[in-house]
Design a protein around this ligand. Structure first.
Ligand code: GDP
Length: 315
């Protein structure tokens, strides 16, 4: 049993136990986790949820450490959750190693949780959504969700946060940064890190380049995505990022767009879960399990079309 009173009072052990429960794949744990989440739901949602993405080496952990320390000094409580797209088979977690964010992890006001193991419904980020709610109930008022800028995980993180920030290197060339147009469209801010030393001039030119690109992408609404520079190593430009997020929050609350964004995200999450649960049930059906290999072989041999095989299985 999870001690919800202790969790709500900010007890770390209770929070960690609750997260372990939510991450568990066992059916009876799922049911208990859902009861817990429902009990805590009235106490969630009061944080600002910030997604931070960027290619390996861009300075995510350095940035989050500096940013987190800044927030804690200002009286906030900060939870850092990681969504790690790497498979355990392919060399393990990129984000999970404990040497990252050492200073921040020693702070009383900080809670750092590496990615859960995978295999759950709802993609790699599913557990992170629920963990985020637990952290909110435990009184963390800034939730940072970190992910490596490769693949699907960015979309998943963007779809669970209020503000999605992409860290970039001083290097005005989209190809060099592996930046896809889709990621630019998701970003509420691009922050060019390592704007220090010899890179300062290049960082400013990069900022100009991306600001022009972002202005073209802007699609109305209360927020025009911004491009800023910072040096996580020298701790410059960090306070400005928090200031920017504050302005975003103010505008989003005043216009109602922040609440609308969260409502939209919940709807999308529900639809996604329904789709995955249906598929899981379908695949678990004994008749489907028996017929699928046989029909697949016939499709491969060109005897029937994929469409009619799918229709037969669904029938
Ligand atoms: P991550 O892989 O995105 O988490 O990146 P890290 O935070 O581990 O940083 C990668 C490397 O970049 C490390 O050697 C950092 O010391 C360095 N680094 C991070 N931020 C800055 C910065 O603002 N300026 C400079 N010059 N180096 C930085």
């Amino acid at each position: 049993m999870i001690d919800t009173a202790a969790l709500r009072a900010g007890n770390r052990r209770a929070l960690a136990k609750a997260i372990t429960l939510v991450e568990s794949l066992r059916a009876e744990h799922r049911a208990e986790a859902q009861r817990l989440l429902e009990a805590l739901l009235p106490h969630t949602g009061r944080s600002i949820r910030v997604g931070i993405s960027g290619i390996p080496g861009v300075g995510k952990s350095t940035f989050i450490e500096a940013f987190g320390i800044h927030l804690i000094a200002a009286g906030h409580r900060v939870a850092v959750l990681a969504v790690d797209p790497s498979s355990p088979v392919a060399g393990g977690s990129i984000l999970g190693d404990k040497t990252r964010m050492e200073t921040l992890s020693r702070e009383d006001g900080a809670f750092i949780r590496p990615s859960p193991s995978q295999g759950a419904l709802g993609g790699v980020a599913h557990k992170t959504r629920e963990t985020m709610l637990l952290c909110e109930a435990a009184g963390y008022d800034v939730i940072i969700v970190e992910t490596v800028g490769v693949g699907q995980s960015e979309y998943e993180v963007a779809s669970m946060v209020d503000f999605f920030l992409v860290l970039m290197l001083p290097n005005a060339g989209d190809e060099l940064q592996g930046i896809k147009r889709g990621i630019m469209e998701l970003a509420d801010a691009l922050v060019i890190n390592k704007a220090d030393g010899e890179s300062l001039g290049l960082a400013n030119r990069t900022r100009q380049h991306y600001q022009n690109a972002m202005n073209l992408l802007s699609h109305g609404g209360f927020w025009v995505p911004r491009v800023t520079t910072c040096s996580a190593a020298e701790k410059r430009g960090i306070a400005e990022v928090w200031q920017m997020i504050g302005e975003y929050r103010q505008g989003g609350e005043a216009s109602g767009e922040l609440a609308a964004r969260r409502a939209r995200q919940n709807g999308e999450w529900l639809r996604k879960l329904i789709g995955e649960m249906l598929e899981q049930r379908f695949r678990a059906d004994p008749r489907v399990r028996a017929e699928l290999p046989r029909l697949e072989a016939r499709v491969v041999r060109g005897e029937i079309t994929p469409y009619s095989a799918a229709m037969q299985l669904l029938g």
